[in-house]
Design a protein around this ligand. Structure first.
Ligand SMILES: Nc1ncnc2c1ncn2[C@@H]1O[C@H](COP(=O)(O)OP(=O)(O)OP(=O)(O)O)[C@@H](O)[C@H]1O
Ligand SMILES: [Mg+2]
Length: 516
């Protein structure tokens, strides 16, 4: 690990209307070192790296950026890239319609002496950077045909195609499979070995312990404590720097024991693969959910968990088959609207695509599913809208300057809280949460867990999909494990262990073979 400081950010101040996002932050990174940048949602992590990478250009911030001893004032992202700053943003920044090579060399395609694009050179260069990442893909592949993990590798390749000295990863793993995370970590270690410095932003503490050499914490836009070597600081210490107090209990206890009553029975749900005929995404899945418990659904990414709950929620209309029995009554649900009217709510995993209207304000987003209830003759009762929004902003501790703020101005984690608030406002009987704590900080996670317990105590049936084993084990009373579209196991809280879940989640299933 290097000792030489390559980057210093001094006294950085960045204001947005109504919010001081960075309040005299001091920050430094050593050469050839992985520095983890931690902090709760809205702490200012993304803003800090956006200042560094020219997204917020000089002089829209105050303070100094000193790179390798020289003061830098970037007017745009291009200048930052040219100075060797690469960044993988929280939301991927690629163009799905273009090829891999075009994405890598966007805006800087090599030209030949006639001034036209030198395609052959571009493909050859792209192939070379991809090989540095062990990626054997054809540079002419359209980006949109790749998995999210591979697309992210293309982003990394794009950053590496410059002479990158500092590589920033802003929550890179939230959409990656376990194998893809391993691959990413291998790449990060190689970059480090070649002298590149890495700034790694993540809410996943186990990742930070694994990959970081040093850690620094932001809280409410200010640096808390000095940079610490990862070996010298415990996870508890990092967390208490982040939240400003000690977290007693990551997984809070249920308030009281509730009686169990079967609410939702799901029989033989099958969803065909729309892309490949004869294949399925979900096959013959049956289970029951009860009041008084949280039902966890575990499995690897791509195991069909999201498709299963989407089918229940009516997303595929008549294309998914199976039977639903709600409180003893056989029902059919052919659209999300019908699901909502039956008291079923689904908090989706992808807030950008399905969960939120980013160009609308917070109050509107929360009250959206209730629009009919709070409108008279097509006009929304704004007072009512604000009342509802205020209740959930408070309950979920959403960090926002006002109820009128546009959703895209909130930090990622706070957006996630708004999605949850929106569905809670419908007062559902069955609440399905798909990766409810993805991208949210530890403090907010505990708030979401408390809320889930509270809902269980109020008689709501809660179903939670999660890829985080500690969360599945910590919160569920019963656990379903999915594997390649099939239900591979149903485990009680008592018998479930991380190893057992992983075994069922990864075991190779022979088609049509008896499982369980
Ligand atoms: N474009 C913007 N306009 C207005 N306010 C913003 C903008 N971007 C960020 N903010 C505000 O600045 C603060 C810091 O946000 P930032 O996105 O840096 O947080 P973060 O630490 O990255 O959080 P998360 O872990 O949720 O991603 C928040 O209060 C946020 O609402
Ligand atoms: Mg962020």
């Amino acid at each position: 690990m290097g000792e030489e400081v390559i980057l210093e950010m001094k006294d950085i101040v960045k204001d947005f209307p109504g919010v001081r996002a960075l309040d005299h932050v001091n920050f430094r990174v050593k050469k050839g070192t992985v520095l983890a940048l931690c902090g709760e949602n809205g702490a200012g992590k993304s803003t800090l790296v956006k200042v560094l990478s020219g997204v917020w250009p000089y002089p829209t911030y105050e303070g100094k950026i000193i790179l390798d001893g020289e003061e830098e004032q970037f007017s745009n992202t291009r200048e930052a890239e040219d100075a060797g700053i690469g960044i993988i943003h929280q939301e991927l920044n690629l163009i799905p319609e273009l090829t891999v090579a075009e994405n890598i060399y966007l805006d800087r395609q090599p030209t030949n002496k006639f001034g036209t694009i030198a395609w052959e050179k571009m493909y050859a260069d792209a192939k070379e950077v991809l090989q540095r990442l062990n990626m054997e893909i054809d540079p002419q592949t359209p980006l949109k045909t790749l998995t999210v993990g591979k697309q992210q590798m293309v982003e990394i390749a794009k950053a590496l195609s410059h002479q990158t000295r500092i590589m920033v990863f802003d929550e890179p793993t939230s959409a990656l499979t376990n194998t893809e995370v391993k691959e990413l970590f291998r790449v990060i270690r190689e970059l480090r070995a070649s002298g590149v410095s890495i700034i790694y932003i993540s809410h996943k503490m186990d990742e930070i312990k694994e990959i970081a050499d040093e850690v620094t914490v932001l809280r409410d836009g200010a640096s808390i404590g000095d940079v610490a070597a990862i070996a010298d600081i415990t996870l508890d210490q990092i967390i208490s720097r982040m939240v400003g107090r000690k977290l007693e209990d990551m997984f809070p206890d249920r308030i009281e024991e509730m009686s169990r009553k079967k609410t939702l029975e799901v029989k033989n749900i099958t969803v065909d693969d729309p892309k490949v005929s004869g294949k399925y995404l979900v096959k013959d899945v049956s289970f029951s959910a009860y009041t008084g418990e949280i039902l966890g659904i575990a499995g690897l990414m791509g195991a069909g968990r999201t498709e299963l709950v989407n089918a229940i929620f009516g997303v595929y209309g008549k294309k998914s088959i199976g039977e639903l029995i709600l409180n003893g009554e056989k029902i059919t649900i052919n659209s999300p609207k019908e699901a909502i009217s039956r008291g079923i709510a689904l908090v989706t995993e992808d807030r950008k695509e399905l969960g939120l209207l980013l160009e609308q304000d917070l109050a509107f987003n929360i009250s959206l599913p209730l629009l009919d209830d709070i409108s008279k003759k097509g006009i929304v009762d704004q007072i009512e809208e604000h009342k509802i929004a205020e209740k959930y902003v408070e309950e979920l501790n959403v960090k926002t300057p006002s109820l009128e703020v546009y959703i895209n101005k909130l930090s990622g984690g706070n957006q996630q809280k708004v999605v949850i608030g929106k569905w809670l406002a419908t007062k559902p009987k069955v609440l399905i949460l798909d990766e409810p704590t993805r991208g949210i900080d530890v403090g907010a996670k505990v708030e979401v867990y408390r809320l889930m317990n509270k809902l269980v105590a109020q008689g709501v049936t809660v179903i939670m999909i999660s890829s985080e084993l500690p969360e599945i084990l910590g919160m569920s009373d019963r656990i379903l494990v999915m594997n390649e579209g099939l239900l591979a196991a149903e485990l009680s809280k008592e018998e479930a262990t991380g190893e057992l879940i992983m075994e069922y989640a990864t075991r190779h299933i022979k088609k049509g073979a008896e499982i369980n």
